[in-house]
Design a protein around this ligand. Sequence first.
Ligand code: AMP
Length: 114
Amino acid sequence: MQDCIFCKIVKKEIPAEIVYENDHVLVFKDVKPASPIHLLLIPKKHIPTFFDLQPEDSQIIGEVQRAAATVARDMGLAEKGFRLVSNCMEDAGQLVFHMHYHMLAGRPLQWPPG
Ligand code: AMP
């Protein structure tokens, strides 16, 4: 999508610190980290929110979640773990309307979140 900042990162039109990439998934560092490790995991396909998911997207979303485990292992998080969260629309504070998961790790995380 033309005006989507994450689509521009996918197309390498704007820079990002990419830590993992495959045909369907891109993982890069959040520019404003909320924890020592704060990554964004996105499908390369432009899907604005959960409400836009189509049946054929199930595999892509599965791949995003599997990428979480791959990246977490690579980053040495297999022992302590991580949190994966996705903000969907206004009440959750979604700012970028290209579906994404935040991977937060590297410190004990509070529950419930704010
Ligand atoms: P959300 O509120 O769930 O939509 O979160 C969007 C996230 O994208 C925020 O944590 C931002 O810090 C992050 N973000 C926005 N633009 C960029 C960018 N160009 N590179 C990396 N992270 C970004």
